[in-house]
Design a protein around this ligand. Structure first.
Ligand code: SF4
Length: 459
């Protein structure tokens, strides 16, 4: 299905806005949530029965800095001692978490992200994986995923990952065009990714995901179409097509990017729409905001069934009730509370050396936060809001609860983004492209002064 978007609509909605991997979003979290609060939440979770858990482990190291990077990274050329020391601290943190939990909980989803998890050598990967099992009971039938930088892996490391129990890989591709790669300081020829893709298919990972980014310097609709052709030829099970978050005022290294080389909002949307059309023609289903998956992939099935979830690891299939993040800058969510670890290595190490959980900030959700979180989540993952479900969940009438938001809903309907239908709000095709803008109308905290200055543009 091809979508024609009026340029006036693009101009109207191309504004700064959150990506809603959390609600409330990180800028409104505070230091009120500290190590003591986190320990209480862990203990409360430990006392509950039957709740499931996701575990995220952050490896912050990268060999070089990509100009577009939006993550918290530590650049280390190749000195593996840094990683050995870091793994020790991860175990110190797991020890404290384990103590507070009072047990070894079942983990339904394990995800290693970064940074670059494959910065670790095989021995370090094995040590970290096996060490984690001492503290967490990782379900081998669950989702065990790792992010791979193609420049830091060989066939033997791929086989090691599979042998340990990883069953999903996510490969950072971004763009195959050499000019774009040069501009963003990330050179990785197509042949390298193709070879890696072949290696991942040999030991039978359940799913191979490619991450792509649109909106990078020197990208054009034509150049990115060529990248999409190459991606389609390799047939990954899933593709995440992220919009480049250009925030040089927050990420200083992005200042190296020549802003005049960035595609305009109009061109950026054209790049996305062409890519979307090509994926759909090639047998992929569009999943929520910015993902595509082969029809038989679990992500596509979950989207169809309305059971898709979204958290800091992105869209996911095997949701857990709560998640714990381990490592510098990691984020967790449990007992209705977001927690984030220290963002700098020295602060992270110092807290653990003092025998304290390394939490720096977070947010305990209010009842209103929960109602808005549910609403935004429903829009992002299901493209609809069922008012009866809201009533069941919060014992409140949706329209009465969101009285102040009715004007926003009406505007979205007039602009062709939303449709009101039999007790539900349905997102129209055009609204799927501007889903962040629809969600923003339900975000209580955006009413605060300067609230938007920290976010990238929605287009
Ligand atoms: S490899 Fe990933 S995390 Fe590391 S600098 Fe590049 S984009 Fe950032």
């Amino acid at each position: 299905m091809s979508l024609a978007i009026d340029q006036e609509i693009v101009a109207k909605f191309d504004v700064p806005g959150p990506r809603y991997t959390s609600y409330p979003t990180a800028p409104v979290w505070s230091t009120d949530v500290n190590a003591a609060v986190y320990a209480e939440k862990l203990a409360a979770f430990g006392r509950t029965r039957g709740k499931t858990l996701s575990l995220y482990i952050h490896i912050p190291f990268c060999r070089s800095l990509c100009a577009y990077c939006g993550c918290s990274v530590v650049i280390r050329k190749k000195d593996e001692r840094f990683a050995d020391e870091y793994i020790e601290y991860l175990f110190k943190e797991m020890d404290l978490v384990h103590l507070a939990l009072g047990g070894r909980p079942r983990v339904r989803q394990l995800h290693w992200g970064g940074g670059t998890p494959t910065f670790l050598n095989e021995a370090q990967i094995e040590r970290l994986y096996k060490g984690t099992l001492k503290y967490f009971d990782v379900d081998p039938a669950g989702e065990v995923a790792i992010e791979i930088d193609p420049r830091t892996i060989d066939r033997s490391k791929v086989q090691k990952l599979r042998a340990l129990g990883f069953n999903r890989v996510s490969i950072g591709v971004q763009d195959f065009n050499e000019e774009v790669q040069k501009e963003v300081n990330r050179r990785q020829p197509y042949s390298v990714v193709k070879e890696l893709n072949d290696w991942c298919r040999e030991p039978g990972f359940a799913s191979v995901n490619f991450d792509l980014i649109y909106g990078l310097p020197r990208q054009t609709p034509e150049s990115f179409s060529a990248t999409v052709e190459q991606v389609v030829a390799l047939r990954p099970d899933r593709v995440a097509l992220y919009s480049f978050a250009y925030v040089p005022w927050l990420k200083r290294h992005q200042r190296k990017i020549d802003a005049s080389l960035l595609p305009s909002g109009e061109a950026k949307l054209d790049i996305f729409l062409r890519a979307r059309e090509r994926f759909l023609e090639s047998g992929y289903k569009a999943i929520a905001m910015d993902h595509f998956a082969l029809a038989d992939d679990e992500l596509a099935k979950a989207f169809e069934a309305g059971t898709l979830y979204r958290n800091f690891m992105g869209y996911t299939v095997k949701p857990a009730d709560e998640y714990i993040g381990v490592g510098v800058t990691s984020i967790g969510f449990l007992e209705n509370t977001y927690v984030q670890n220290a963002k700098a290595l020295p602060a992270y190490y110092a807290a653990l050396d003092a025998g304290r959980l390394a939490v720096e900030r977070g947010k305990v959700l209010t009842d209103d936060d929960r109602a808005r979180q549910w609403t935004i989540h429903s829009l992002m993952c299901r493209f609809r809001i069922d008012k009866r479900d809201f009533q069941k969940e919060f014992h409140a009438d949706f329209d009465r609860y969101f009285q102040d938001e009715q004007a926003h809903i009406r505007r979205c309907v007039q602009d062709g983004l939303l449709r009101v239908q039999n007790g539900s709000l349905e997102v129209c095709d055009a609204g799927k492209l501007f889903i962040r803008n629809i969600c923003m109308g339900f975000d209580h905290y955006l009413k605060q002064k300067d609230a938007l200055t920290r976010f990238s543009r929605t287009v």
